[in-house]
Design a protein around this ligand. Sequence first.
Ligand SMILES: Nc1ncnc2c1ncn2[C@@H]1O[C@H](COP(=O)(O)OP(=O)(O)OP(=O)(O)O)[C@@H](O)[C@H]1O
Ligand SMILES: [Mg+2]
Length: 519
Amino acid sequence: MSNSIFVGTDTDGKQQELLFKLANRHGLIAGATGTGKTVTLQILTEGFSKAGIPVFAADVKGDLSGLSQAGSEDHKLHDKLVARAQKIGLIGNDYAGMLGSGYEYEAMPAIFWDLYGKQGHPVRTTIMEMGPTLLARLMDLNETQEGILTIAFELAEDEEMLLLDMKDLNAVLNHMSENKEEVSREYGNVTSQSVAAIRRSLLKLKRAGAEEFFGEPALKLSDLMRVDKKTGKGMVSILAADELINSPDLYSTFLLWLLSELFEELPEVGNPDKPKMVFFFDEAHLLFDDAPKALVEKIEQVARLIRSKGVGIYFVTQNPMDIPDSVLGQLGNRIQHALRAYTPKEQKAIRAAASSFRENPNLDTEEVITDLGVGEALVSLLDEKGVPGIVGRTLIRPPASRLGPATKTERKAVMSHSPVGDIYDTMIDRESAYEMLFEKTEKIKEEAKKSKEADAKTVKKKTAPRKKKASTSSRRSSGRRQKTATDHIMHEVKLVGRQLLRSQGRKIIRGILGGMMRR
Ligand SMILES: Nc1ncnc2c1ncn2[C@@H]1O[C@H](COP(=O)(O)OP(=O)(O)OP(=O)(O)O)[C@@H](O)[C@H]1O
Ligand SMILES: [Mg+2]
């Protein structure tokens, strides 16, 4: 098997190859709209998949779904694709209507995912796996509110209640405001206003369609790291993002969460021969828009550390300046499509992009960037020694899978044969904080009712003038009895909770970004 992906041939006649053993040194695909970024992502994905490396990519415009279908000689661009393949030496000039071994049409094994569960298998995670820090970012909370949200997590952990979905979190928040004196004493100041504000944000998030996303079965990373048994190709996970992209916070938080999970769950592998998994981050600017400095630092840190877990991250964006320098510095493999130079800001971006490459005496990169054709790019990939290769003006290879989207019917067919449909298509709702608190309240109500009835009976026996006093003492005593009942229930809740936690075998507050950010 080859040890690299053939990306294209440059004007110096050099074949640009992405080496698998350096593919975990990350990459950048940049370029103005319509210049060929998605097709470049597509051919890289094909290369990884064919080498048995699973890929995850968000499909912002629906066109990546074509990866699941083979290209075809009936395709309107077939002749152009063949001409391109000949130009870069992928097939000979003796092509006579039959594609040969150098360039063949073939489909990649795909799994479609969708946070909203419409165009793919539902992707879910639990509130506790998301963790308070990422959740606070998602809900746009201020520092005080984030503090209170963290208390909600701590309280749930202490009382061994599971925070799975949005109604669990809501129930715990409600519980907190109902018992705010007690909670404040134990965890720090909790005000009704702040809790109310968090609950309002939660409602907003729900309206934005995020309710579907929180719950079980939560996504297991191993399902993103599958290899197709039949063909040995890495499975390509394609996340429908056309609708999702309209909720940029949810989109970027979800991808961040996924990265942090990969980071946390995968073992160290040092420098593997090929990556364990490759992750494409399309519309990457959304991740960094308005991102606080602390978050950017953490992303940089995760990018740096995740390398040794064998994960390669490829950022796809229109303008390389959208990505902070500290992160840009981590991206070793670079494919720069054409940029436009209309405004001073754009000209500045061109100068920056042009100067970021290792010089090629035959090229004026600054001039070439604005002159590149569609599906052509300035390419510099890491060489055997891990040094950026000399930049080349490169015609990118044509894809083997279909250029353009899969139809609805094709998507359905792929989904019906999917290895994960049985696992994720039906939501489950096991006992968690909401049910526990609901049950607890019901029991307390019942106990209170019973003790009230008992008190009423005692009171009846007493004489009229002492009634008033009796009722105060009864309130107190029913309060005491109530507490005993609560204690008893809490004890049971803890037992159940402990069992659940044990069966889960994981820590309740998670998210490395969350953990790292608190420090
Ligand atoms: N490597 C390639 N081989 C063949 N055709 C290509 C290649 N790259 C780009 N093209 C052609 O250019 C068109 C636009 O490319 P692509 O969709 O990748 O642009 P893009 O940069 O992703 O645009 P946008 O920013 O709008 O998403 C493709 O539909 C295809 O026809
Ligand atoms: Mg695109």
